[in-house]
Design a protein around this ligand. Structure first.
Ligand code: MRU
Length: 326
């Protein structure tokens, strides 16, 4: 059984603290919604699919401890606004708990069953995306070792198991088709330099960390065959919100004609959000950027759909330059 980055553990939410990696693998056992909310806010658990699991598990936790469900759900949803998976996970478990009476053991059981379904679905989606995305790249680039550029962290830490963009890298590596992965360090919290590097090391895949501003130049020098990223929310028209620094990579990839592939489960596609302009962008504490001088800290950017070569989900591959998702 593969290790899951987040799961239910006998009355509590168990998750690996992503802020302690790569130095230490610290597993947390959180038994209140407030503890889980603060873990989400400080990025101990992060990545859209893992946030979906966290949201659903949070409602299960509230039902288990007897906390008022609507208030718990509101706190969880507000913890991070951009990744639609979080609110979706919350809403799914909440609906099931309410259908089962909203309080008591039946509601707690129903919310937990739904949270377990979310976790299971994300784990299965990741594997499917890995295979589908690997096949797509082999089709586009040929069956040969590839030089790939990725951003932020989209592996098992972010996705419960396996990974989306990094799941594709892992699948290609398993087929002997990865020459090198460039991992953008991901300013300001270093999800790439800490977490992606940790995961690629464990896979034994050849990689180099690069500063984020090196990405476009690597593309223009012909050193990258394809860019692979995840998403926090995909609007109905195919615009993609992902970690800040994704958009410049898409611009550079378009300039040199390199595939720019977004990998995400259907749970990240939001039919209710028409375009990228409607996606709420999380503004984080400026002190993550500078404790001395004034700063701004938008956590995500939006890549317009006309710069995206393909969106690979667990059920379909869409070219958003030609068709909308909804
Ligand atoms: O702020 P983070 O680390 O939660 O941002 C995460 C990302 O931008 C990921 O690329 C995205 O959630 C996809 S994870 C498969």
């Amino acid at each position: 059984m593969p290790v899951r980055s987040i799961d239910w553990d006998d009355g509590a939410v168990r998750l690996i603290d992503q802020t302690a990696l790569p130095e230490r693998a610290v597993w947390l056992r959180l038994s209140t919604v407030d503890d889980l909310v603060s873990a989400i806010v400080r990025l101990a658990v992060r990545g859209a699919p893992s946030l979906g699991a966290a949201g659903a598990l949070g409602v299960a936790l509230a039902a288990h401890t007897g906390e008022e469900l609507a208030a718990a759900a509101a706190k969880l949803r507000a913890a991070r606004p951009t990744a639609v998976n979080l609110a979706r996970g919350v809403d799914r478990a909440l609906r099931r708990a309410i259908d089962a009476g909203a309080t008591g053991p039946d509601a707690a059981g129903a919310a937990l069953a739904e949270a377990r379904a979310v976790i299971e679905e994300e784990a299965v989606s990741s594997r499917t995306i890995g295979t589908r995305g690997a096949d797509l790249l082999v089709g586009a680039l040929g069956e040969r070792p590839m030089r790939l550029l990725t951003h932020c962290n989209t592996g098992w830490l972010a996705c419960v198991e396996w990974g989306t963009a990094l799941g594709i890298v892992a699948t290609l590596h398993g087929r002997g088709l990865v020459e090198r992965v460039y991992a953008g360090e991901t300013r300001p919290l270093l999800q790439g330099a800490r977490l992606t590097a940790y995961e690629l090391s464990a896979l034994g895949a050849p990689y180099r960390i690069v500063v984020d501003s090196a990405g476009p130049s690597l593309l223009s020098r012909g050193l990258v065959d394809a860019v692979l990223v995840g998403a926090d929310r995909i609007a109905a028209n195919g615009d993609v919100a992902n970690k800040i620094g994704t958009y410049p990579l898409a611009l550079a990839a378009a300039r040199v004609g390199a595939p720019f592939v977004v990998a995400a489960p259907e749970s990240t596609v939001d039919a209710a959000t028409a375009t990228g302009a409607d996606i709420p962008i999380e503004e984080r504490d400026p002190r993550e950027v500078s404790v001395t001088f004034p700063a701004e800290n938008p956590a995500f950017d939006v890549t317009p759909h006309d710069l995206v070569t393909a969106i690979v989900t667990d059920v379909r591959t869409v070219d958003p330059r030609r068709e909308a998702l909804w």
